[in-house]
Design a protein around this ligand. Structure first.
Ligand code: C2E
Ligand code: MG
Ligand code: MG
Ligand code: MG
Length: 281
């Protein structure tokens, strides 16, 4: 007992850091294998047009079916993948899998107008990103208008020159670009004039405070105003209650996604959701 106390908190701290480092390293090695073994999956969350409740698209969200730890959310492993460079290969996998699924839905007459994919800042550093995208689309007989790429404001911070070229090329090719988590980044609004972004995704943090907080309402009002003024679609993320939906609609929001409608679902569950949703609407 006394011996332990004398080692003090540093010893404990060190042990804890070692443990975390080992856990990370292990997860990193497992992630390499997971990619090969098909343990990664995409789930799909519907995006709705509020007035008609029609599905305007789905967002593909990555999941890792881990043998030991169960289903892992991207927050657990995307940062890791970004650090070890595996994110590029994961990005390619996501892109191809999303296209494959979309083509499958098309073939079976399941109507989904658009698919949104999340990419990391590093994905936009690849010089041949638009070629990679183009060939994935072509391979599955999709067109560029079927796809939206979601980027975050953090991608502007590293100021990588290839990123800006890529965004221009992608937009010229007809691929929609959406600014994800809008309102929580560090950038100035000036980039909205320079970047070929067609859509803003209002961060869920603003939506969850809407009912209680006047300031949150003022901010969501400001965002739809910016979007409208610049001719951008604005979609509210993380809508969980009818009241939030009502406030947003009153403010002029036309699109939303969130648990009020559906969480991200495996493909088969999304299909059942779609058929019952069609009956209700
Ligand atoms: P995001 O793109 O902003 O995705 C929205 C997140 O909010 C998703 O979490 C979604 O499941 C969750 N969400 C949706 N509706 C609601 C709601 O009503 N309430 C609440 N509380 N949450 C809601 P998820 O799937 O855990 O993804 C987290 C983040 O991981 C994503 O944020 C995205 O930045 C990243 N991510 C997901 N898939 C990929 C991917 O394939 N590639 C990359 N690079 N990043 C990804
Ligand atoms: Mg997203
Ligand atoms: Mg978001
Ligand atoms: Mg996010």
């Amino acid at each position: 007992q006394a011996k332990k106390a004398r080692r003090g908190s540093f010893g404990f701290f060190q042990a804890e850091l070692d443990r975390q480092a080992r856990e990370r390293l292990k997860l990193e090695q497992e992630l390499h294998q997971a990619l090969k073994d098909g343990q990664l999956q995409l789930h799909y969350q519907p995006q709705l047009e509020l007035e008609s409740l029609r599905v305007r698209g789905v967002e593909a969200l990555l999941r890792w079916q881990h043998e030991r730890l169960g289903i892992l959310s991207p927050a657990r492993f995307i940062p890791l993948a970004e650090e070890c460079g595996l994110i590029i290969r994961i990005g390619h996998w996501v892109l191809n899998e999303a296209c494959r699924q979309m083509a499958d839905w098309r073939r079976r007459g399941i109507e989904i107008p658009n698919i949104s994919i999340n990419l990391s800042a590093q994905d936009f550093h690849q010089r041949d990103l638009s070629l990679i995208l183009g060939s994935a689309l072509q391979q599955h007989a999709l067109c560029s208008g079927d796809m939206t790429l979601e980027l975050t404001e953090s991608l502007l911070i590293d100021g990588h020159p290839v990123t800006l070229e890529n965004l221009d090329t992608l937009q010229t090719c007809g691929i929609r670009l959406a600014m994800d988590d809008f309102g929580t980044g560090y950038s100035s609004l000036g980039y909205l004039r320079r970047l070929p972004v067609r859509e803003l995704k209002l961060d869920r943090l603003f939506v969850c405070d809407l009912e209680q907080d006047d300031e949150a309402r003022a901010l969501t009002q400001a965002v739809i105003h910016i979007g409208d003024s610049l001719g951008l679609d604005v979609i509210a993320e993380g809508v969980e209650t009818p009241r939030q939906m009502q406030i947003l609609q009153q403010q002029g929001y036309r699109f939303a996604q969130g648990y009020l409608f559906a969480p991200a679902l495996p493909p088969e569950e999304l299909e059942s959701w779609l058929s019952s949703h069609k009956l209700e609407a």
